[in-house]
Every structure is written in structure tokens, then in C-alpha cells.
Design a protein around this ligand. Sequence first.
Ligand code: ADP
Length: 397
Amino acid sequence: MSNSFVLVINSGSSSLKFAVIDSKSGEALVSGLGECFGLPEAVISWKYEGEKTEEAVDAPDNHHQYAINRIVSLMDTLGFTKDLVAVGHRIVHGGEKFTSTVRIDDEVLAEIESLSDLAPLHNPAGAKGIEAAMQAFPRLPQFAVFDTAFHQTMPQKAFTGAISNELYKEYGIRRYGFHGTSHYYVSREAAKMLNKSIDESNFISVHLGNGASVCAIENGKSVDTSMGFTPLAGLMMGTRSGDLDPGVIEFLIKKGWSTEKVFETLNKKSGFLGVSGLTSDARGILEAMAEGHEGAKLAFEVFTYRVAKYIGSYMIPLSHLDAVIFTGGIGENSLDIRREILNNLKLLGFVEDEAGNQAARFGKAGIIAKSGLLGAVAMVIPTNEEFVIAQQSVELL
Ligand code: ADP
């Protein structure tokens, strides 16, 4: 039987992640990263059969195109070209236009570009990646998988901001939500593990990585999520503030801060980094906390308390709960953070399965707690967004 490999591309403003995914097994055969684009130190590196290779990006400009061309020759050298059946692009914003994965043609590309207003850093970079890949792989069909698409099933009462509805009509200001591919994947995997049909499964999916969001899922569909008009909303994150009284922004501007400085602070200097004054990295926070660092302890407490508050509030849209699902680098690996979140949810009656919590780490799924009160479990499912991108691309072929 022939192979069915998909080249998955996640093109950012100064980086480009790629992987060749076996669309049947989900295995990443090679994965790589181009970074520091736009700077003289731009590099591209990849991992293949456990070995890492790194090269300078040898081009004066258009580092995206250079990287894609390098990927083309890498595919040839590694012998993957003949087995590639599609290119799947991760695109951040699909607005209200894209509710599922689509095959890319000129019209779709133009739509993605026109949504740049809503995602000024991400969509132009995604479009750049598509253009470069279309040139480099003219024989391969290309697909766009949107971070927002899964959340397009949210009801109006969940996505509407309590501001003038004219702002929605005029500018599209509403809650869109992100991390959709991850919430989609882990909810499907959780239903399989629990032997339930996804159409009858209700979850609260908790993606905790550098970015973090919670999603309420009723009968397999997203009905609410914590990120909003932008990925700045909701939970405290590595460097993002999450929810914040908008009055703080006015206050700081009146103190003489520029809008750029305010939003740079909220996006890049807040969250774990801001509260701890130390690091944006959860592992670093846990290590410093063990050594008695007060800022790290506070960051841990604020983070876990806020995640718990979101989980509690996302009981509201659900008719029953099958599982709270933890995923993302923190959710998949930190039993301390998971434990503290569940400790903060005393009224929901979760009792930790200590052995289960120990075991479900480093890529292993499993049940970590049970609530007799809710008839629900808490579980860990490692996310795999690339697999979803590969599968959905092949499904549309
Ligand atoms: P991204 O959102 O960039 O994809 P990840 O999902 O990889 O990020 O998550 C990165 C976060 O996961 C970092 O804060 C990192 O410290 C945390 N993390 C990874 N491994 C562990 C671990 N063993 N214990 C605690 N946190 C971890």
C-alpha cells in the first residue's frame, strides 16, 4: 500500500515550523523549524531519525521562500517527495468565513489575506507560507486548517461581547477563540478512550502551553472558549495577561504609556513572566518555587486558581460532564499544576488517582482523577495538531 504523507506548515511572522506527517498513523517522520526570519541570524533546523541538523538561512530576504525551497530539497534528499499527497497549512484566523478545513485556491488565499485585519501578525505570515508552498509544490493540493474553525459552533450569547453590537457589525468584534485544532483533537481522543460517541460527549478541554485556553464542548461541539477576539483573552499564560480590567489600559495610557508599550507588556511581559518576575516557562516556575522563590509561588497560585475558575464556569453551558481534559506542554506534563487546579475545584468532588496522575506524563494519556458527584473523570490527552491537519487534508483530497 502506498504511503500518504502530508507536509504540515505553520508559518509565523518570524518563523516557520514544518513536519512530514504520516496521515494514517500520525507519526512525524521529520520535523523542523526556521526561526529568526528577517534577521541576519536566521536559521533552519530539523530532526530526522533522532538527529538534529541546523543550517544558516542563506538569503538576503524572503526567508519564508528560502525555507520552503530548502524543505523541497530536503524532501528529495530524504526520499519523501513521492509519498507526499498534500500540504496542510495551519492558519490562525478564519473569521466567520471558515468553519472547517478547506482546499486552498486563489479565492481562499485572498480571503485569508483579507482577514489580516483580525490577525495582523499571523494571517499575513500564513499567507506568505501558502504562496511560497504553492510555488514550490505546484503539483500538490494545499489545505488550510484554521485555529478558529472549531469554535464557530459557539452560540451568539457566548461569542457576543457586552458592547455596542454596532462594533460587531462594523468591525467583526466578537469572541472567535483559538487552539481549535487542539480542542477538537483531544476531545475526539477522549471520547474514544471513554468508549463514548463524540456526538454524546461533553468535555471541558484545558490546553495549557505557552498559550492557554479552556473550551466547553457539548455533544462534541465547542460552545464556549476562553480566548476571544484575540489570543490575549482568558487564562493567564506564559507571557500574556489573559483577562484584565480594560480600565487598566486607560490608566496606564493616562500615566504616559504608549499603546504599543501597554500591549507589548500585556502580550510579552505578563503571565508567568510578569507575575514571577523570573520566567515565562512553567518548568522554571516550578523549580524556582521548590527553592522558595516568592514570585514563582504567586505565579503558580494565580495560574492554577484562574484555570480552576474557568473550569468551574464552563460547567454552565453543559448538560452533563464526561471529562475535564488536560493537554499542552503544561497540561500533559505537570502533575503539580494539574493537582492544584483540581484542588481548587473542591465543590466538583474530584479525587486524585495518584498513580494515574504520575503515569500520565511525557506523551502518555490517562485518567488522573474521578468525581463521583459529577460522574466525570479528569484525564490527560497529549495533543497532536499536526495529525489533525494531515488527516483533514487527506479527507478532503
Ligand atoms: P506552545 O504553546 O508554545 O506549543 P507547549 O505546549 O510546548 O507550548 O508548552 C510549553 C510549556 O510547557 C512551557 O511552559 C514548559 O515549561 C511546559 N512544560 C513542558 N514540560 C514540562 C514539565 N515536565 N513540567 C512542567 N511544565 C512543563
